[in-house]
Write a protein that binds this ligand. Structure first.
Ligand code: AMP
Ligand code: ZN
Length: 500
């Protein structure tokens, strides 16, 4: 069954395919690394993760490119308030973003491209646009895109641009919802701001040009799909199309994929409403990363998800039920509990159908809600059969195969939750955020908030200290770990550690 997906550009659900018959080349606008990612950001990246996993499930390769916006108005403002160079400021949030993506079990794109490492490519693109008489320079040395010179402007967002005023300009990176205006390609240097001295002047890139330059570099002039949150459709994606197609005279991306924003407890998420959550906030409150992933994927990407704490609790028990079920079926196989007798045809058919319904729903515009429903039907039917001693080994194996297929998309069955919460605790400790930790989390995880990675690093340092006969340091590390509830056992195979 072909994978079909809604295309914002055509307004229709269309079969998705790789034009080169090999790998589906797609670009997803990545994070602006000025702060920690919030659950809205991650809803978008999680659905893009499901998209890439679904493409692979359909036997198609993927070449997924994501940019990291590490220079923009907000980064410059925040870095200067923190008294840091922008590189140092953004590196911390970039690392946090990728740690969070890993915690949410998102696969890593094939290419990750930082804006600040692609300035020459952006300059070249602006020069090409200038040669086409589309980019123009203003008195202060900034460069703008003249949208009147690109008649197809508005094709993605379907905006009626009859009334646009030629030469009216906008130089902010921040979103402009309504008006179409000439937008900044390059901003001339301002005193005290980071800038690059280039052939088009001393300055820094506008936000939109980075995505065109990087998509063209990594994916070619025409590629299969472009993704992002719904807010990016206009003006960002419209501007990406304009910049790229005005240069190449070829279609930029064939298919456009936009993820709808979420609500939190029925309202728009915002700091001022007090309903704004990062992944880390939720982990410190004791919610599990797997349940957060499952909840953010529970509603298809084109529908609005209402994120609630009640919903999150329900997803926690849904993930638990699936894990317990998988363990029950698997351990029965291991122990020889399920007989190798002829299978019950009705149960075998139910198992097969649940797998088919799962892939059918996924192929139908990534309907994640309908794709997960048959797995719970499977759970009920197989548990009942097992209770009545009617589950055969063949059906148990078929059940595990369906669960494994389900998990290639949802990726919640492997349990890393405790480790991820511990990592969040270690982060809270290092950032002085222990006040945000829920008491039950402190109780459950004890006083030790060292992550496994931290412990491994200390153990390695102790081994080295011993080798260098620095026994004082080795003992100090042992004591430090002991105070945090970590016991070390020296054996001839090396050092093992465990939590008290
Ligand atoms: P940003 O770091 O603000 O550039 O956003 C990164 C990605 O998250 C973009 O694709 C945005 O469209 C998306 N995004 C931002 N806020 C939300 C939200 N509330 N719900 C869903 N996606 C969002
Ligand atoms: Zn972009």
């Amino acid at each position: 069954m072909a994978l079909e997906l809604f295309n914002t550009l055509s307004g229709q659900v269309e079969p998705l395919f790789a034009a080169d018959g090999n790998a589906l080349r797609f670009y997803c606008c990545g994070p602006t690394v000025y702060d920690y990612g919030h659950i809205g950001n991650f809803r978008t990246f999680l659905h893009v993760d499901v998209l890439r996993r679904a493409i692979k499930l359909h036997g198609i390769g993927v070449h997924h490119v994501m940019n990291v916006t590490d220079v923009d108005d907000k980064i410059i403002r925040n870095a200067s308030a923190a008294g840091k160079p922008i590189g140092e400021y953004s590196a911390k949030f970039e690392k946090a973003f990728f740690d969070d993506m890993k915690a949410l079990s998102c696969e890593t794109p094939e290419d990750i491209a930082r804006a600040t490492e692609h300035i020459p490519e952006m300059v070249e693109l602006i020069q090409r646009l200038a040669a086409e008489d589309i980019a123009y320079q203003t008195e202060d040395g900034s460069w703008y895109f003249r949208i009147k010179r690109f008649p197809a402007y508005g094709q993605l967002s379907k905006k009626d641009l009859d009334g646009i005023e030629d030469g009216a300009r906008i130089d902010s990176d921040e979103y402009e919802k309504d008006s179409a205006r000439d937008f900044a390609l390059w901003k001339s240097a301002k005193p005290g701001e980071t800038s690059w001295d280039t052939a088009i002047g001393n300055g820094r890139p506008g936000w939109h040009i980075e995505c065109s330059a990087m998509a063209l570099k990594y994916l070619g002039e025409s590629f299969d799909l472009h993704a992002g949150g719904e807010d990016l459709m206009f003006p960002h994606h419209e501007n990406e199309i304009a910049q790229s197609e005005a240069c190449t005279h070829k279609q930029f991306a064939r298919h456009w994929f936009h993820v709808r924003f979420l609500l939190v407890e029925g309202r728009k998420m915002s700091k001022s409403e007090g309903n704004f959550y990062t992944l880390r906030d939720l982990l410190l409150k004791g919610y599990r990363a797997s349940a957060i992933r499952f909840l953010l994927l529970s509603v298809p990407y084109r529908q609005q998800l209402n994120f609630t704490f009640e919903g999150l609790a329900a997803e926690t028990s849904a993930v638990d039920r699936l894990r317990t079920f998988q363990a029950r079926v698997a351990s029965g196989i291991k122990d020889g509990k399920w007989p190798e007798t002829a299978a019950d045809p009705e149960l075998s058919a139910t198992i097969r159908k649940s797998g088919e319904d799962f892939t059918a729903a996924l192929s139908n515009d990534l309907n994640t809600a309908e794709a997960r429903a048959p797995i719970f039907d499977l759970l009920r039917a197989v548990n009942t059969a097992a209770d009545q001693n009617k589950l055969t080994r063949a059906d148990a194996e078929a059940t595990l195969a369906v669960l494994a297929q389900f998990d290639t998309i949802f990726s919640v069955l492997e349990d890393h939750d405790a480790e991820l919460t511990r990592n969040a605790l270690a982060w809270a400790e290092s950032e002085g955020r222990m006040a945000d930790v829920a008491p039950e989390v402190l109780e459950a995880f004890g006083s030790s908030s060292l992550s496994d990675v931290d412990i491994d690093a200390l153990v390695a340092e102790r081994t080295l200290a011993k080798k260098q006969r620095n026994f004082a340091r080795a003992d100090a590390i042992r004591n430090e770990l002991l105070e945090k509830g970590i016991l070390l056992e020296d054996s001839k195979d090396g050092v093992r550690w465990k939590r008290k």
